[in-house]
Design a protein around this ligand. Structure first.
Ligand code: G
Ligand code: G
Ligand code: NA
Ligand code: MN
Length: 254
């Protein structure tokens, strides 16, 4: 209960923060967008990682309010960066399967787009593979409506946990994000390369683009490049950055 009260207050008092991790296009080696990642610092409890408080927020019913807050904040920030620096960065926001399955989700997104003035083509929504576990026709319909607005839909943490290739052909997504567990296995194991190569081929066969997460080593990057992966994220390029640090990055490199 203490944690719930604190999280609720942090949200109401605007004390949650978003960090942004650059996404790199391997064709041009340039930053083409960023993933918004939540950070929560509590004066008494210290830094609480999203791995801990997101599942908690899903359990206690705060996740939808958090999702709206994140979407608003990320869209407003992306718009500002794009306007100030004459860029077309696409911002990716993580949305909980609980939230996206809530009635009125598409209307909410539509109003955030209107309110922040973001170009919907520069907005991406990441949903985890978990969302597909017991999907409904309503969820598929929601995703279709979001794509009709111009929003990119990506399937996060692909290959972990509940993988079933069956849903992939039913789900109208644009991008497949290969989980960093697979990237970690690239070097030095040969079977790791085979897995990555197969995942990229599968994605391309389904007309999906591929993002590899958690790229830390040049050797990993080389394998991904060789196998036609389009985009990467990871510490090799940059960890998630505060607004100030991300601003410096785009000022200096984009
Ligand atoms: O930020 P970090 O790199 O520690 O992320 C840990 C986990 O928390 C990831 O699985 C990530 O998807 C999730 N996460 C981070 N920010 C958000 C958010 O804004 N909303 C949701 N639903 N999950 C998030
Ligand atoms: O689950 P999701 O993919 O949304 O979350 C991304 C998580 O991965 C965040 O916790 C982010 O901080 C973390 N991350 C991003 N890049 C790297 C990396 O290169 N290595 C590792 N170990 N973690 C990373
Ligand atoms: Na994500
Ligand atoms: Mn992921």
């Amino acid at each position: 209960l203490l944690l719930e009260t604190k999280l609720h207050q942090a949200l109401k008092q605007d004390r949650l923060e978003l960090h942004y991790q650059p996404k790199i296009d391997l064709k041009t080696d340039s930053v083409i967008g960023m993933e918004a990642l939540l950070r929560w610092y509590d004066p008494e409890l210290g830094h609480i990682p999203p791995d801990r408080f997101i599942p908690f927020a899903e359990d206690c019913g705060l996740i939808n309010d958090i999702g709206v807050w994140v979407l608003r904040k990320a869209c407003a920030q992306a718009r500002q960066w794009n306007e100030s620096h004459d860029l077309s960065l696409r911002v990716a926001v993580n949305i909980s399967p609980i939230h996206i399955s809530t009635g009125g989700f598409v209307d909410m997104v539509r109003s955030v787009i209107a309110e922040t003035g973001i170009d919907p083509n520069l907005l991406e929504i990441e949903i985890t593979e978990m969302s597909m576990l017991d999907y409904t026709e309503d969820l598929i319909d929601t995703i279709k409506q979001l794509r009709e607005l111009g929003i990119t839909i990506s399937l996060d943490d692909f290959g972990t946990g509940y993988s079933s290739l069956n849903y992939l052909k039913k789900f109208p997504v644009d991008v497949l994000k290969i989980d960093r567990a697979f990237v970690r296995d690239i070097v030095p194991e040969k079977s790791g390369i085979a897995m990555i190569s197969a995942m990229i081929s599968l994605a391309h066969a389904l007309n999906l683009q591929v993002v590899a997460e958690g790229v830390e080593e040049e050797a990993e990057l080389n394998v991904l490049r060789e196998h036609g992966c389009e985009y990467v994220q990871g510490y090799y390029f940059s960890k998630p950055l505060s607004v100030e640090d991300f601003t410096n990055l785009i000022v200096n490199t984009v």
